[in-house]
Design a protein around this ligand. Structure first.
Ligand code: NI
Length: 256
């Protein structure tokens, strides 16, 4: 049985309301060694922490997602800090920039992003970065820090951007997008990422890999992402699972 870590999931999503307990227990017995549940806003960060308390194999990340920056309370950093100091909070995330939908406020996104990068640095915690249609600004902000202890999640950039992210000292993780028919760009980026800098994630309930594309995704579907990485890298699925587990535990050191 393959054992692996889902480094980025959203089990607080309503898509899991009907069967969350049963599903998590089932996939855990089927090889999902541990899961990091992301925070996206205050309420969902609180839920991440709650799940980490409830399920032994679930860890929390806490943070404000760029699409959720509107209405963030003035004292949000105090709450994030309190949650981040709990023993099972592994990272600050997901944080970053997202210019995909109209009506976003780039200045507010950048401010909240920088403040959370500062918090992570203060607490010596890794960060989980979300960047969509905002590569240039994201890279500018990350380069200001010199080195960044973190992972670029749901990587959708070019091989060249992947190399720049690696140069910052960061890991890269790919979702089920790797298995899609039009994934040529993602595969090229994957080729540029050495196996010791790679992490696995679903971003579930979204991004279900083929052959489940469009369905509700859960962590057990990482198996298809592992198979694709193994094929592209010319190694065994067991090696991909083992190496990515090591990489994740090294970055998210509180999970060890
Ligand atoms: Ni996510």
């Amino acid at each position: 049985m393959l054992e692996y870590i889902d480094s980025h999931a959203h089990y607080d999503a309503e898509q899991f309301d009907e069967d969350r307990d049963e599903l998590l227990e089932r996939i855990h017995s089927a090889g999902v060694r541990s899961i990091v549940n992301m925070g996206c806003n205050m309420e969902r960060s609180r839920l991440s922490v709650e799940y980490a308390e409830k399920y032994p194999f679930v860890y929390a990340a806490v943070g404000i997602h760029p699409e959720d920056v509107e209405g963030t309370p003035a004292d949000y950093l105090d709450s994030l800090k309190k949650w981040a100091e709990l023993p099972k909070t592994a990272a600050i995330g997901e944080i970053g920039l997202d210019y995909h939908y109209e009506g976003y406020d780039p200045q507010l996104q950048k401010k909240i992003f920088r403040e959370q990068l500062d918090l992570a640095e203060e607490l010596s915690l890794p960060v989980v970065i979300h960047s969509r249609d905002a590569t240039e600004d994201t890279m500018t902000i990350l380069r200001e820090r010199g080195k960044v202890n973190g992972v670029m999640h749901c990587f959708s950039g070019s091989a060249e951007t992947a190399r720049q992210v690696l140069d910052l000292g960061m890991n890269i993780s790919f979702t089920g997008v790797l298995t899609f028919k039009n994934a040529r760009r993602a595969i090229e980026a994957l080729e540029a990422v050495p196996l010791d800098r790679l992490m696995l994630e679903t971003d579930c309930p979204y991004m279900a890999p083929e052959p489940n594309r469009g369905k509700r995704c859960d962590s057990s579907m990482i198996i298809y992402i592992i198979q694709k990485i193994a094929e592209v890298k010319g190694v065994s699925p067991e090696f991909v699972a083992k190496q990515t587990t090591e990489n994740t535990l090294k970055l998210f050191y509180k999970m060890q």
